[in-house]
Design a protein around this ligand. Structure first.
Ligand SMILES: [Zn+2]
Ligand SMILES: [Zn+2]
Length: 161
């Protein structure tokens, strides 16, 4: 049983409900039902973008770990991609998947930091695979464009809605 709290806007009113965003207790009169749970009027009023992109430190750590995972797993994935038809399309889809993974690891906040992690994590496998061609100056545009598309898609997956 949750302990009894008092509405932060009405200190005399008891409540067991708290805001899904800030955790402050709110009474039934103050609470606002949103698609992501019950919120206080302050947080319900804000557009999602105003709060998105602010990750807690543990979410940042999880995002980085997910990014490292994506970077490592992405090397064989990108290798296979280059051999497949529709490389650009599949690369974009894979990039979007990678971005979504990192987004979820970061508590679905999205935002600039998540975009950077996702784009960098997605770029690493392509850089690793294309480095020999890059250094030799024989880089084909096809895999390069695939990499760029994957990076854009990874960034798009973390946009703030
Ligand atoms: Zn709140
Ligand atoms: Zn209240």
């Amino acid at each position: 049983m949750a302990e009894t709290m008092h509405c932060y806007r009405h200190p005399k009113r008891e409540t067991r409900v708290s805001c899904a965003t800030c955790g402050r207790p709110i009474c039934t009169e103050c609470m606002v039902a949103t698609d992501v749970g019950i919120k206080c009027p302050d947080d319900a009023r804000l557009p999602r973008g105003a709060r998105a992109g602010v990750m807690k430190s543990n979410q940042v750590v999880r995002s980085i770990l997910a990014g490292i995972g994506v970077a490592i797993m992405g090397i064989p994935v990108a290798y296979v991609l280059f051999l497949l038809p529709f490389t650009w399309l599949i690369s974009a889809a894979a990039g979007y998947g990678a971005g979504t993974l990192i987004n979820r690891a970061g508590g679905r906040n999205g935002g600039p930091l998540a975009i950077v992690f996702s784009v960098v994590a997605t770029a690493i496998p392509f850089l690793v695979l294309l480095a020999p061609d890059l250094l030799a100056g024989t880089l084909n545009p096809r895999p390069l464009i695939a990499g760029v598309l994957a990076m854009i898609a990874a960034g798009v997956a973390n946009r703030q809605i």
